[in-house]
Design a protein around this ligand. Structure first.
Ligand code: UTP
Length: 295
C-alpha cells in the first residue's frame, strides 16, 4: 500500500481537438478562453487548490502556446508597469508563479493512456493525480480533495464518476459499480465507450483520477482499444486485476470544453458567476430570450 502524500498532477493536453476544428487547427483546445482565462488555467488552479504543486503538462506539436502562457512575459509586464495597470500586472505575473510546471511531449497523440504513460519518469514510484486539460469542474476542487482523501484512507486509485443520460454513455468510459457508502463505489469493471445496451451502468468516468504508481505497469501492457487509441480505461481494467479501484460519484457541474456545447455553456455560466460581469450578462440573456421569442 502506498502511503505517500500526493503532490504531483499530470495534465494530458496533447490531443488534436478534432471536435473543435477549425478553432483548434493552429491553437491548442486547452488554450480556448473561458470568459477571459484559458481552459487549462482553470484546471491548473484546481490542482493547486487541492495542494498539487508539482504539475506535469503533457503537450505535443502545436501546443507551444501553453508553455508561453505559464512563462514570464517581460515585455508585457514592463508595459503594464509603465501604464500603472497593477491589477493586470499581478494577474499576468500570477500565471507564471502559480505552480512548479513541467512539460513533456507526447510525440504522437496515440491516446489518453499513452499520454499518461509518458509521465512515468517524472512521477516515479508515487501516487499522482491526472486532470484532463480540457475538462473544467465547477466544484472548486472539492472533488479532487475527496479523491485524494480516498487514496489516503485506502491507499488505492480513485476515479471521478458522474451519472450521464443513458444514451450518452457511449461517449465515455463506464464502470460497473459496487456501492460502498454515499458517494463512494468500488469499481467492479470498466469499459470504454460501450453501446448503451451493453453499458453496465450510467456512471461515466470524468476527467479526474488519482492513481497508484502501478497504473504505469498496466499502461505498459495495453493494446490499441476503442477508436484505435491506447485507452487509459483499458489500463484501469488491467489494474483492477491486482488492486481495488474506487469511484467518487459527484453531481456538481463539469464542462468538457472540447465539445462545442459545453464550451458555450461554460462561457455563459462562468460569466454569470462573475461579480464584474454577471449582472450585465444576465440582463443580456433575458433580453435575448425575449427578443428571439425563445420561451
Ligand atoms: P480527448 O479525447 O477529449 O481529446 O482527450 P482529443 O483527442 O484532443 O479530442 P478530439 O476527440 O480529437 O476532439 C482528453 C484529454 O486528453 C488529452 C487531450 O489533449 C485532452 O485534454 N489527450 C488525448 C492527450 O494528451 N493525448 C492523446 O493522445 C489523446
Amino acid at each position: 500500500m502506498s502511503s505517500h502524500a500526493i503532490t504531483k498532477a499530470v495534465i494530458p493536453a496533447a490531443g488534436l481537438g478534432t471536435r473543435f476544428l477549425p478553432a483548434t487547427k493552429s491553437q491548442p483546445k486547452e488554450m480556448l478562453p473561458i470568459v477571459d482565462k484559458p481552459a487549462i488555467q482553470y484546471v491548473i488552479e484546481e490542482a493547486v487548490r487541492a495542494g498539487l504543486t508539482d504539475i506535469l503538462v503533457v503537450t505535443g506539436r502545436g501546443k507551444r502556446a501553453i508553455e508561453d502562457h505559464f512563462d514570464r512575459n517581460f515585455e508585457l509586464e514592463y508595459y503594464l508597469e509603465q501604464q500603472s495597470k497593477t491589477d493586470l500586472l499581478r494577474e499576468v505575473q500570477l500565471t507564471s508563479e502559480m505552480a512548479d510546471i513541467h512539460y513533456i511531449r507526447q510525440r504522437d497523440p496515440l491516446g489518453l493512456g499513452h499520454a499518461v504513460s509518458v509521465a512515468r519518469e517524472h512521477v516515479g514510484n508515487e501516487p499522482f493525480a491526472v486532470l484532463l486539460g480540457d475538462d473544467i469542474m465547477v466544484d472548486d476542487s472539492k472533488l479532487l480533495l475527496s479523491m485524494i482523501d480516498i487514496h489516503a484512507r485506502y491507499g488505492r486509485s480513485a476515479l471521478a464518476l458522474k451519472k450521464v443520460p443513458h444514451e450518452s454513455i457511449s461517449s465515455y468510459g463506464c464502470v460497473e459499480p459496487e456501492p460502498v457508502h454515499d458517494g463512494l463505489v468500488q469499481v467492479r469493471s470498466i469499459v470504454e465507450k460501450p453501446k448503451p445496451e451493453d453499458a453496465p451502468s450510467d456512471l461515466a468516468v470524468i476527467g479526474r483520477y488519482v492513481f497508484t504508481p502501478e497504473i504505469f505497469d498496466a499502461l505498459d501492457r495495453i493494446q490499441p482499444g476503442a477508436g484505435g487509441e491506447l485507452q487509459l480505461t483499458d489500463a484501469i481494467s488491467l489494474l483492477l486485476e491486482t488492486q481495488t479501484v474506487y469511484g467518487c460519484v459527484f453531481e456538481s457541474g463539469r464542462y468538457d470544453i472540447g465539445q462545442k456545447i459545453d464550451f458555450l455553456r461554460a462561457n455563459v455560466e462562468l460569466a454569470l458567476d462573475r461579480p464584474d460581469l454577471g449582472p450585465e450578462v444576465a440582463e443580456f440573456l433575458v433580453q435575448l430570450v425575449k427578443d428571439r421569442g425563445l420561451i
